[in-house]
Design a protein around this ligand. Structure first.
Ligand SMILES: [Zn+2]
Length: 66
């Protein structure tokens, strides 16, 4: 059995799709998202493959009721 794709870390924000890798300027304040892709799709995220939330979207998700 091969490992599943869970080992691959995709360094984008799963809300806005922005790059959060080293050098992007968003690396320091990025927040890891520990949900799996299925959960993210259920949550209607625009970029469910992303393993992180950028600081901007993290702030929005705490205050935005939508
Ligand atoms: Zn974002």
């Amino acid at each position: 059995m091969q490992n599943q794709t869970e080992d691959i870390i995709i360094e984008i924000c799963n809300h806005c799709g922005n790059d959060v890798s080293i050098g992007s300027g968003k690396f320091v304040n990025r927040v890891p998202d520990f949900n799996d892709i299925i959960t993210r799709i259920d949550n209607n995220l625009d970029f469910p493959l992303g393993d992180f939330v950028c600081e901007e979207c993290d702030n929005n998700s705490m205050t935005d009721n939508e």
